[in-house]
Design a binder for this molecule. Structure first.
Ligand SMILES: [Zn+2]
Length: 181
């Protein structure tokens, strides 16, 4: 997937990308119109179609990948040089969120996940997504998926800091949970 927004530190601004509701019907291509009292719906204006399009948030899985006491953050193709974020991805049909997160770690970093624990579930309203975040200790040598990622970096656990949007909430909770243990 392409939408992963994060920076490990110092980000004061929100990323420019944001979700925009579709303007045209996915069934017939007709123009979509708002529905009174239903902010999560759009109605096709073509009388012969008239289908409703739902603007429901899309689930996204995220992994805090820990290896040898360091968390691995990735930079997507075309991101500004200072942006690094968690490994993330969309679910495939019939895939569990946990399996999807494991698969993304394997595909994007080439690492085998040894264990996983749910950190939390977060609304990312700006992108119309729901983030399901896991802590995933992993082993192996990193083989970056260059078709999706530009770079990665390893941040020692004690230097990891949450960012103030998107997957940053999961990082904040991960660090807080770690403190309590
Ligand atoms: Zn239509």
């Amino acid at each position: 997937m392409t939408i992963r927004l994060a920076s490990p530190r110092g980000v004061r601004h929100m990323p420019v990308m944001a979700y925009e509701p579709p303007g045209h019907c996915g069934f017939c291509g007709g123009v979509l119109a708002p529905v009174a009292g239903k902010p999560g719906q759009r109605l096709c204006r073509e009388p012969a179609c008239g289908k409703i399009t739902y603007l429901s948030p899309v689930p996204v899985v995220a992994a805090i990948v820990e290896r040898r006491g360091q968390v691995i953050l990735v930079r997507g193709l075309g991101w500004p040089p200072s942006w690094y974020g968690l490994v993330t991805g969309f679910l495939e049909p019939e895939e569990s969120p946990e399996a999807a997160a494991r698969r993304e770690v394997r595909e994007e970093l080439g690492l085998a996940v040894e264990a996983s624990r749910l950190i939390g579930v977060y609304a990312f309203s700006r992108m119309n997504q729901v983030i399901i975040a896991y802590h995933m200790p992993a082993e192996g040598e990193i083989a970056l998926d260059r078709s999706e990622l530009e770079d990665f970096k390893e941040v020692p656990l004690e230097k990891l800091r949450p960012w103030n949007f998107g997957t940053g909430e999961a990082v904040r909770d991960f660090l807080a949970q770690r403190q309590r243990r």
